[in-house]
Design a protein around this ligand. Structure first.
Ligand SMILES: [Zn+2]
Ligand SMILES: [Zn+2]
Length: 300
């Protein structure tokens, strides 16, 4: 999960899926990323088991990077990101591509469902909890990178998912958002649960409030205290988080077990999140979906 909480990493993966980028020069061109930053991120993705480095030319020696099975399994997470941006972020490039479900032929939206019982679920229909073994140290980013300089920050390339970048493109924001879904609400609780330095915490909370993902409201217990709650827009980000957790639980499992457990109380099963086609109701599979340019609507 921490591997993915990085702007460049998300953009590299997006292009690996959308543009089928495999080569160093391809990402350099589409993202305008500097060579050292790109090398470092590719190395991290290879170390994390998401990309595999394969030789495609012996002389001169050249490598390309292909998605591993774990990497390919990120497709649903990326489709959920697209769906959320499409719904909530006006004017983004997400509006300029459609999701096509080849099984029914419709241009569609993804819906999150419980893989066990098939019901469509949202954040409020599920119960999420930290596993007993998961202490604060497992939430915190494993290493603090050198603060990015301005030229290292993605610019135009980030436009396809601008707000997701603000939510997931930073390791601290990612863990704070995850904590919000686990019902952490007060400043002091975020600080204690996550070990976030206070100045960084208030800065990130301000950003999340400005994005209308969290709202600052008077506490139910003490009206002179405030707490941070997910807004409707924030709650609607649940499919992205659920699919990210599912992925991390499946591929990044540690001896201590999965960091987060989500259940679907209505059916009693552990939530195995899947995406359904809003139009035909079938479970979406990776090979049956693609992105396409919107059709022109001709006036009749
Ligand atoms: Zn269920
Ligand atoms: Zn369909």
């Amino acid at each position: 999960m921490q591997l993915l909480g990085d702007r460049w990493t998300l953009l590299i993966l997006r292009d690996a899926f959308l543009l089928r980028t495999r080569r160093f020069g391809g990402w350099r061109e589409s993202l305008g990323i500097s060579d050292p930053v790109l090398s470092r991120r590719l190395r991290d993705l290879v170390d994390g088991g998401v990309l595999r480095r394969v030789l495609y030319s012996a002389a001169p020696e050249r490598h390309e990077y292909v998605l591993t099975e774990a990497g390919l399994d990120l497709w649903a997470f990326l489709v959920a990101i697209w769906g959320w941006e499409r719904r909530w972020v006006a004017g983004t490039a997400a509006v300029r591509v459609d999701l096509v479900h080849d099984r029914c032929g419709a241009r569609t939206m993804p819906l999150l469902a419980c893989g066990g019982c098939g019901a469509v679920v949202g954040a409020r229909d599920t119960a999420a909890e930290r596993s007993p073994g998961a202490g604060p140290e497992r939430n915190a980013p494993p290493r603090l990178r050198r603060r990015s300089t301005l030229s290292e920050e993605p610019t135009d390339a980030a436009l396809l998912m601008p707000e997701t970048m603000a939510l997931l493109g930073d390791r601290w924001s990612t863990v704070m958002l995850a904590a919000a879904f686990l019902r952490t609400r007060r400043f002091g609780d975020f600080q204690r649960d996550l070990g976030v330095p206070p100045t960084l915490l208030s800065q990130r909370l301000r950003t999340l409030v400005a994005l209308d993902v969290l709202q600052r409201v008077p506490s139910e217990q003490r009206s002179d205290h405030h707490e941070y709650r997910l807004t409707v827009k924030g709650l609607d980000f649940f499919p992205v988080m659920a699919l990210l957790w599912r992925w991390a639980n499946r591929w990044m499992a540690t001896p201590a077990g999965p960091p987060v457990r989500i259940s679907h109380p209505a059916c009693g099963a552990a939530l195995d999140p899947v995406l359904l086609c809003e139009r035909c109701g079938e479970v979406l599979r990776r090979r049956d979906v693609r992105f396409a340019r919107p059709q022109r609507v001709s006036s009749v």
